[in-house]
Design a binder for this molecule. Structure first.
Ligand code: ADE
Length: 248
């Protein structure tokens, strides 16, 4: 099944951009995913094709008009009624690998890209649009964020990635950062590949990797570590985990 990506944008020429090369580009050529860009300006209702206006209450920049956005979103929903619509905005919910996995398992996604100061809020009150942020940074528009989101989904599509395990062992899949990697030369500028990785002892290698994943997550991403530790200590039922002594 082809994963259908629909992008609502004022700059369709930005696509496929980086998604047209390497892994995603090959998958696009092979029909594993499809891309359709919709020009938001085509849904403007006035002679001048106006898509934005000054912010109510004053302030800098321009705001995308809700009537234009709604017409573009309705068009996309008519084309792909089962695809979720995601608006790229720094005000959105931070994107997670878990959400990416859910999206990649579906029929496709419609991505709404903003420019200027952002979207008239009423689009979110009246249409099923999920606000998504790719991090606590402000981009000049939603297009680079949409490319990131699409890239994350596409690499998970069946048959897109070479080694199937590389999609499940990597960072975030188990709530941890991934362990570090090494390859030849064994010695370089006086530094060697850790001995255990050259031992051929797969159990020891797995233990070393697990330890490094935990240590690195704890030191680099205390936020992730806390969540991981909480989830580990709390059983899914919400009941208190039995300690060794209580366990009988
Ligand atoms: N548009 C501008 N900044 C963004 C961000 N951080 N995430 C998603 N879309 C954006």
């Amino acid at each position: 099944m082809t994963f259908a990506a629909t992008v609502l944008t004022l700059y369709p020429e930005m696509f496929p951009g980086p998604l047209g090369v390497s892994l995603a580009g090959r998958a696009l050529d092979q029909g594993k995913w499809s891309l359709e860009c919709v020009q938001i300006r085509d849904f403007a209702i006035d002679r001048h094709k106006t898509v934005d206006d000054t912010p109510a209450g004053g302030g800098a920049g321009m705001v995308l008009r809700v009537d234009v956005l709604a017409a573009a979103v309705d068009h996309a929903l008519a084309l792909h009624p089962d695809s979720p619509v995601l608006a790229m905005t720094p005000r959105g919910r931070p994107l997670s690998q878990e959400r990416v996995r859910e999206l990649a398992a579906g029929p496709g996604i419609t991505v709404l890209c903003g420019r200027f100061e952002g979207f008239d809020e009423r689009i979110f009150e009246t249409r099923p649009v999920e606000e998504v942020s790719i991090g606590d940074i402000v981009l000049s528009g939603g297009e680079p964020a949409a490319i990131m989101l699409l890239d994350a989904c596409i690499r998970l599509l069946p048959g897109v990635m070479g080694a199937p395990s590389s999609g499940t062992e990597e960072s975030f899949e188990n709530g941890l950062l991934e362990y570090p990697h090494y390859t030849r030369p064994v010695e370089w500028e006086g530094r060697t590949i850790p001995e255990v990785l050259r031992s051929g002892d797969h159990a020891k290698i797995a233990a070393w990797r697990k330890q490094r994943a935990e240590d690195d997550t704890r030191s680099r991403r205390p936020d992730l570590w806390e969540r991981h530790a909480d989830a580990r200590d709390r059983p899914a039922s919400g009941a208190r985990r039995k300690t060794k002594d209580q366990g009988k």
